[in-house]
Design a protein around this ligand. Structure first.
Ligand SMILES: [Mg+2]
Length: 154
């Protein structure tokens, strides 16, 4: 199976329970995530990360910083690759202010990753913490699991 994970609030902690990290030094993995992901890899599963990084469109972080943070947590969990979307329809930076089929709740990142691995929707699971994650999984035709259920958080 291909397990695709959302990043913020799924693999890494929100800052003060409110907002995603805006720099690498703020990014902290959620306890227990590594062990669960290592067990999946040991069982022969593939891992990837798919993350909206709309903060780039608002100018909170650069695209390079966003990619660096997604890559860091992808490497940490042993994911093979990752996908990022930095656009936002309300963004302040004109160049990134738009909708995108890659931006969740659309399915572009999940579609891309299934093509990147050559797997079917029936062989793919998406794990996330927001309604837009659930919608993206539904749009891609893959199974969705809430992060709290997948990782067994209280
Ligand atoms: Mg999230």
């Amino acid at each position: 199976m291909l397990y695709i994970f959302d990043k913020d609030g799924t693999l890494v902690q929100d800052i003060d329970g409110k907002r995603p990290p805006n720099k690498l030094s703020e990014q902290k993995p959620i306890a227990g995530v590594l062990e669960k992901c290592q067990a999946l890899i040991a069982d022969g599963h593939l891992l990837a990360v798919a993350s909206n990084q709309g903060g780039v469109a608002f100018g909170y972080i650069t695209a390079a910083e966003a990619h660096e943070m997604v890559k860091q947590i992808a490497d940490y969990i042993g994911a093979t690759t990752y996908a990022v979307c930095v656009t936002h329809p309300n963004g302040k930076r004109k160049a990134a202010r738009r909708e995108s089929r890659f931006r969740k709740p659309d399915s572009g990142m999940i579609d891309y990753l299934m093509d990147a691995f050559g797997v079917l929707p029936s062989e793919t699971v998406y794990i996330g913490d927001l309604g837009t994650d659930q919608q993206a999984a539904e749009a891609a035709g893959v199974k969705f699991i809430w992060a709290k259920d997948f990782f067994g958080w209280a």
